[in-house]
Write a protein that binds this ligand. Structure first.
Ligand code: TNX
Length: 549
């Protein structure tokens, strides 16, 4: 028991160390402050009421909907508790809190959630779910006592941008599966879904001015040539209609997830080049591309006439994407463009910066973007390098020195398309093997190497799930070289158990994650959560280095 108590996530006030280690709940991400309460046990009953003011009603109803399948109860969501109602779950306003912060107080008399608005209340609900037995996630009714031990939790995120990236461009992710990932993200308090909507192997979002993009441009995936049939998504073209996309935006919004759409360029553009002759330097469309290579394409930038066509393309595309996405950011790519001269790269970045800014959005781009034109105010660079002190790290640091924030997705830590170990059937290994410990044991402010960067220079972290390996591909020398995984199988397997680790990096206070006890504390919670994943039907990877039961 003593060992467990000392194995609490470090950096907690000593008041947060519970007296009895055995009662520590398995909360991921671990909250800012957790204190075992003195007030006994809260018992959830069929008569428990969820008490909400008007602005908390949707969150109260979301909670009731989460609890219904396993309990078999449809808890009443009411404006004021009835006099005979017994212990209640109550949501109250506390405008002194930041938007995502909350307080959660559990006693035998009530569960009290305080937040400045629905977003904080929604985060609190995720903690509440995790305080209940894992079987609460069952989709069938189970007989159980739904008890919560008394606790006092004060919580809020370390970073405001805690992202998952999906790559429907390489492997189309059907709408229902994107929503499934959004629900998984919600449980771990992740709040940004970065959608890589265009690449060499596919274009997935409707642009009214260029219908060909969702015909020819959407007719390929990695490993799927035009006319072939995806065993899950059927025959192409594969894209989200405007109606589906609006549905997705609304669904994400209801889970307090902001969508960050990415239109990659000037490389990673074969799908667009196959659809629009005018943006090719020779004025001719290229054949659609369904292979697995990167660094193969470049939009036409050789003369002013081509640049004008590319600008016209960017204006139509980025304005249409901006109109479909209510979020603050447009991700405009910029990675791996070996075919562009420095001058061409600068010309493209200048145009894209200007058009995205005029469309009313803040720019996010991969860190190489800084080699191009001057960054617009508030632009964010996303670091994907692997080596502290490398040229990539230097570019990210240059952005910080110029007053820009970073999203950190170091490929050797949080590119979750990397294999876990040399037994992993799916994924790649160019950035290394990433087991649970590797995904978790790093510190955002020091990942660039050299002097730590300021906490305020880190906008957040991202788990990037590329999919060019999801279709019949895998890096030698590890694993089978040709494996097909349905989109859902791939996302479940690659995200779990590593996604919760990234979520903890983004949310929880900075701690020394390098010690064995602190890692064991994570494993304890992950093992507990694996029961939750089983109840939810998540096909996680039972990697050999974790003692799954
Ligand atoms: C690198 S680094 C990419 C993607 C690939 C991924 C595969 C970066 C921004 N881009 O194009 O899908 O590696 O791991």
């Amino acid at each position: 028991a003593l060992l467990l108590a000392s194995a609490l996530p470090a950096g907690q006030a000593s008041a947060a160390v519970p007296q009895v280690a055995g009662v520590l709940p398995a909360i991921i991400p671990w909250p800012k402050s957790f204190v075992v309460g003195l007030g006994g046990t809260f018992q959830l009953k069929s008569t428990t009421q969820i008490v909400v003011g008007a602005q908390f009603r949707p969150v109260g109803e979301y909670l009731a909907a989460r609890l219904a399948p396993a309990t078999g109860w449809q808890l009443a969501v009411v404006n004021a508790a009835g006099s005979q109602s017994g212990p209640v779950i109550e949501f109250g306003l506390d405008q002194s809190l930041a938007a995502e912060d909350y307080r959660l107080s559990v006693s035998s008399l009530r569960v009290m959630v305080s937040a400045a608005g629905p977003e904080g209340a929604f985060r609190a609900v995720q903690t509440l779910r995790q305080l209940l037995p894992a079987r609460i996630e069952s989709r069938q009714q189970v007989t159980a006592e739904w008890n919560i031990s008394a606790a006092e939790i004060v919580d809020g995120p370390r970073f405001g941008y805690r992202a998952v990236m999906l790559d429907p461009a390489r492997r189309f992710v059907p709408l229902a599966d994107v929503k499934r990932v959004i629900d998984q993200m919600a449980l771990y308090k992740l709040n940004v879904l970065h959608l890589h909507l265009s690449d060499d192997q596919g274009w997935r979002t409707v642009i009214d001015a260029y219908p060909e993009l969702t015909k020819t441009g959407a007719s390929t995936q990695s490993g799927f040539a035009p006319g072939t049939v995806d065993p899950v998504a059927g025959s192409g073209p594969w894209f989200y209609t405007k109606q589906e996309y609006a549905d997705l935006v609304a669904y994400a919004g209801s889970r307090f997830v902001e969508i960050v759409p990415e239109i990659d360029g000037p490389g990673h553009t074969s799908a667009a080049l196959a659809s629009i002759p005018e943006i090719n330097d020779d004025g001719k469309a290229i054949p659609p591309y369904s292979g697995f290579d990167v660094g193969i394409s470049l939009v036409g930038l050789q003369n002013q006439q081509r640049r004008d066509e590319v600008r016209k393309f960017l204006v139509s595309v980025l304005n249409d994407v901006a109109a479909q996405n209510p979020g603050r950011y447009l991700h405009i790519g910029g990675d791996e463009s070996p075919k562009a001269t420095a001058e061409q790269y600068t010309a493209y970045t200048a145009m894209a910066n200007e058009v995205a800014t005029a469309a009313g959005k803040k720019v996010i781009a991969w860190h190489e973007w800084i080699k191009g034109a001057p960054l617009p105010a508030g632009a964010v660079m996303q670091y994907w390098g692997t080596a502290p002190g490398s040229a990539d790290a230097a570019m990210a640091r240059q952005a910080v020195d110029a007053g820009h924030q970073l999203v950190l997705s170091p490929a050797n830590r949080s590119y979750l398309d990397m294999k876990y170990d040399n037994q992993t059937a799916y994924g790649r290994s160019w950035a290394g093997l990433i087991n649970l410990r590797t995904a978790w044991n790093w510190e955002p402010t020091t990942v660039l190497g050299g002097a730590p960067i300021a906490e305020s220079a880190v906008l957040g972290v991202e788990a990037s799930l590329w999919s060019d390996s999801a279709n019949q591909f895998g890096d030698k020398p590890f694993g089978p070289t040709r494996v097909y995984a349905p989109a859902r199988t791939y996302t479940d397997f690659m995200l779990f158990p590593r996604l919760p680790a990234v979520a903890e990096l983004g949310w929880s206070p900075s701690v020394d994650r390098s010690t064995q006890p602190s890692y064991q504390e994570l494993v304890r919670r992950v093992l507990e959560h694996s029961k939750r994943w089983e109840a939810m039907g998540i096909g996680y990877n039972k990697a050999a280095d974790i003692p799954w039961s």
